[in-house]
Design a binder for this molecule. Sequence first.
Ligand code: ATP
Ligand code: MG
Length: 371
Amino acid sequence: MAEPQGNSSNQMNQAEKRRQLKLSFGSSGGGYGSGSSYQPFVEKFRMCQSIQSTGKLQVSPTLVYDFTSDDLQDLGEIGRGAFGTVNKMVHRTSNTVMAVKRIRSTVDEKEQKQLLMDLEVVMKSNECPCIVQFYGALFKEGDCWICMELMDTSLDKFYKFIYEKLNQRIPECILGKITVATVTALNYLKEKLAIIHRDVKPSNILLDKRGNIKLCDFGISGQLVDSIARTRDAGCRPYMAPERIDPHRARGYDVRSDVWSLGITLMEVATGHFPYPKWNSVFDQLNQVVQGDPPRLSPNDNGNHFTMEFVNFVNTCLIKEETQRPKYSKLLEHEFIVRSDQESVDVAHYVSNILDSMANNGATMFTMNQP
Ligand code: ATP
Ligand code: MG
């Protein structure tokens, strides 16, 4: 998937990182979560598209189960995206409740390969506290079932509830913790796993009542998303950087495209609305994102008051010229990140209160504001 583009020495570094990753997959112990059984899993995916497969489910570092879809009891739909649905399910044997993302079987061979790469990445990412934990995967009738940690809500539902139902704003200290977690996760993906996320947006940032903030969906199909970006469907991808949707640009892109998406995401959750006016057509979108000025956060936005550090951070992410946009190492040094990282904030308390309000409002955390 997201092999970063760049000069040849950079490409060699990435290739070497990939090679090392592949090697470490073959040599570590203990189930899919830690990678040892990955190869059989890949083979099954390639060969048994129409047969129900058995997978390995690693629910804790020491507990690994063989499982099929029959071992999972469906507790209802959590959400629906462009590539499939996410359901809450319980693994009966271990009594583990999880989120299961089922990706439609209509993907072609190239896209399937992409999916495998994404799974490979997820399997290696369990050590980062800012990335949603992966338990395992299997295939049923060609569909890929990805089992992961169940979180309580996603940032899109969360912020919309706060702005639209509670008429409140998300405090900047909470935005700070969201920013630190997201940049930490993105930096981890890039530095440790040599990948670019490609789909940074509020629905891929998840929260729970213990105060965890975690990134998920490492561009479930970065390649697919990229090809969509070059077609008329670009309108489905409103968080994409100008360089990604510009039809005249053949060149690839690097982490800085995700930095742009982070900027759009932060601006949206900080102000309560998507920063561009509604696009009537893809032409409109291309025109505004590729030709127009980038969105700019101001310290006083519609009754919001932001510190200059936050405003500067968001606007730095939204520098239109990608070569001027910082990468993660620079962002991690930004005073907003440094301050937010050091700040003591009771995220658990804040998130639990909002989740309680969501529940009391009769809105299940999982079904509100679905597109
Ligand atoms: P897109 O398909 O464009 O990427 P999306 O991110 O909303 O959009 P999905 O990734 O399929 O689509 O997720 C659908 C919804 O399910 C999300 O909006 C989120 O609210 C919820 N969700 C996804 N994963 C989890 C999880 N691990 N725990 C709890 N909720 C989740
Ligand atoms: Mg998602």
